[in-house]
Design a protein around this ligand. Structure first.
Ligand SMILES: Nc1ncnc2c1ncn2[C@@H]1O[C@H](COP(=O)(O)OP(=O)(O)OP(=O)(O)O)[C@@H](O)[C@H]1O
Ligand SMILES: [Mg+2]
Length: 142
């Protein structure tokens, strides 16, 4: 089985700033991985390369065995990215936001409600499900 993430020699330069300088990384399946470092060290740049929103100047990276440079759309279809700020609709409830995202990503219509309920339970949000997002904490939104 391919590692969840495998990067080899990733480099990225912005003008005179060397944001990534030969990053090697292997993240095995089923693990939680924390990438720590000083401000400006290149963490966000590395995440952008791995999630296909920035192209590296050199090096290779695969997510679940799929090359991020050659098959960015395939990588995107397999991953989720929770940023610092969650792209949610504050006026809708937790349940409504999940159904909306299901519609936008073309999930089967008949399963939208059941899948929303399932996710609410996984994230322990069942009790908050019918409250508008405006009253959710940052973590609850993400
Ligand atoms: N779009 C950009 N244009 C110019 N320089 C950039 C750009 N993105 C990142 N950089 C530079 O690349 C370096 C790495 O930035 P990056 O955002 O990856 O750091 P970081 O480790 O996420 O920092 P922080 O802990 O502050 O979030 C910094 O010097 C930053 O100024
Ligand atoms: Mg950052």
């Amino acid at each position: 089985m391919s590692p969840a993430i495998e990067a080899c020699g990733l480099t990225k330069r912005y003008g005179y700033v060397q944001a990534l300088d030969g990053v090697d990384l292997v993240v095995p399946h089923g693990t939680v991985f924390g990438l720590l470092g000083p401000n400006g060290a290149g963490k966000t740049t590395a995440v952008r390369v791995l999630t296909t929103t920035v192209r590296p100047d050199a090096g290779t990276a695969t997510v679940l065995g799929v090359d991020v440079r050659r098959h960015p759309q395939r990588v995107r279809s397999m991953i989720g990215l929770a940023g610092q700020y969650a792209a949610v609709d504050e006026r809708l409830t937790g349940r409504e936001n999940l159904v909306l995202i299901g519609q936008l990503t073309h999930q089967p219509r008949s399963q939208l409600k059941a899948r929303a309920d399932e996710l609410l339970e996984v994230f322990r949000l069942t009790r908050a499900a019918d409250r508008p997002l405006s009253g959710f904490s940052g973590g609850m939104r993400r």
